[in-house]
Design a binder for this molecule. Structure first.
Ligand code: AMP
Length: 426
């Protein structure tokens, strides 16, 4: 039996990358005072139907449904709806304004390809109960810091402003009447979208639709003077903070709940092929309002961990062992077990707890583990108060005489640090 379509086993170098992304992101979140929340993988199907919206691809065809007694449950396809639900249910304990970070697997029944999986991982932050452009600015700073810390520097931030709840609904009306005039020239998908979510037609990839969209009304006409003024100062502030954005009036994002600012981070290194979005987010004031959580609305973003993994360099083979400790006696094993404890915070150490096998076999195992050095402490060594370390890259064996066998960790550290300084194992 093989694994299901669109999922993968993550281990070795890939797992190192994944753990690096998680720890970099969450430590930056912590420095911005975001509180981590662990959300359930299972949620009621209705949660997403109501929030993400009937017209979205996610609700229409991508949810993995689990039938359990009388409940219709799904494996969560995204994080925002769950956080809004969690807020609604825990308003007594989570104070507003709330800033919640999360990390975890999401599930969508999509056609698997490079950078697109059925089980994938997102990390993000949601700001609940905070109006204005504060969350937008802070989020872009957090994203910038995260990407910088990961060494990802070829990307573009595309941004659009969909309008507040009233502006967006007027804009929607004008789009509907424009698209109705051009109904027969639209693709079948877009004809269907017209009644469900006309804004989605703007990001259609169909040639016919792209042509019609070129002359579609722009939302600028529906923005109030007040909005235009605060938008200007928002964009100016981004420039002052050295956050470069590219305005894209066709960017709408797939979900129904977005209002205000929406954005996407696009990889420009070409490492991702057609799936080049490494993150996205936006404001969802209506969703927070409708759930009677706050009249100040909400804003959030998610980064795609799997796509970041595809961009990151392999880095050092951090899985290789700095020092393998081998012995053939019980007395030696006790000494080496203590030595391990005093080295393990700084180096990757392996102890071979099998004292029965021959030194030859032990060396073979150390080699298979990709060990850089092997420390040998046999019966002769213990009797003569010495030990040896063999470097497996150079083949050089070093003998350390007159050692106190219960306290030689400093000598070993010095040896390993010299190797790092001289780059012997690089
Ligand atoms: P979305 O909110 O759907 O735009 O998702 C945010 C980010 O998650 C995207 O920009 C992608 O980086 C990532 N993502 C979304 N769907 C998938 C998927 N099926 N496989 C891998 N990554 C995904």
């Amino acid at each position: 039996m093989q694994k299901a379509k669109g999922v993968r086993d993550i281990f070795g170098i890939e797992l190192n990358k994944m753990e690096r992304i998680r720890s970099v992101f969450l430590s930056i979140c912590k420095s911005y005072n975001a509180n981590y929340i662990e959300l359930p993988l299972l949620e009621p199907k209705e949660l997403f139907e109501r929030s993400v919206g009937d017209s979205s691809d996610i609700v229409q065809k991508e949810m993995f449904e689990i039938k359990s007694d009388n409940e219709a449950l799904v494996l969560r396809p995204e994080g925002t709806a769950s956080i809004v639900r969690a807020m609604r249910e825990n308003l007594n304990e989570i104070k507003l304004p709330a800033k919640l970070s999360y990390y975890g697997a999401m599930f969508r029944k999509e056609r698997p390809q490079k950078g697109r999986y059925r089980q994938f991982y997102q990390c993000g932050i949601e700001y609940i109960g905070e109006a204005g452009f504060g969350p937008e600015i802070e989020s872009l700073l957090i994203i910038k810091k995260t990407l910088e810390a990961l060494g990802v520097n070829q990307y573009e931030i595309q941004i659009n402003y969909l309008g507040n709840i009233e502006e967006r609904s007027q804009y929607k009306e004008s789009l509907v009447s424009y698209f109705k005039e051009n109904l027969n020239s639209l693709s079948e998908d877009s004809q269907r979208r017209l009644s469900l979510n006309p804004l989605r037609i703007l990001d259609s990839k169909d040639e016919k639709d792209i042509k019609i969209c070129q002359n579609a009304p722009s939302n600028e006409a529906f923005l109030t003077e007040l909005t235009k003024k605060s938008l200007d100062s928002f964009y100016n502030l981004l420039t002052s903070l050295d956050i470069k954005v590219t305005k894209n009036s066709k960017l709408v994002r797939g979900l129904d709940y977005y209002t205000g600012i929406v954005f996407e981070i696009i990889d420009t290194s070409n490492k991702l092929g057609s799936q080049s979005a490494i993150g996205g987010g936006g404001r969802y004031d209506g969703l927070v309002n409708d759930n009677k959580i706050s009249t100040e609305g909400g804003f959030g973003f998610a980064l795609g961990v799997d796509r970041l993994m595809l961009i990151l360099d392999d880095g050092q083979k951090t899985s290789s062992i700095d020092l393998a400790l081998i012995t053939t006696t019980a007395e030696g094993l006790i000494i080496l077990n203590n030595l391990r404890d005093s080295l393990v915070n700084e180096y990757k150490i392996d102890v071979n707890y099998n004292i029965e096998s021959s030194f030859k076999k032990k060396f073979k195992r150390a080699d298979a583990l990709n060990a850089k050095n092997v420390l040998i402490l046999g019966g002769d060594e213990i009797a003569g108060s010495f030990f040896k370390i063999k470097n497996l890259t150079t083949g050089i064996e070093t003998k350390f005489d007159n050692v106190k066998l219960n306290s030689f960790s400093e000598t070993v550290k010095e040896y390993l640090n010299n190797q790092i300084k001289e780059g012997i194992n690089d």
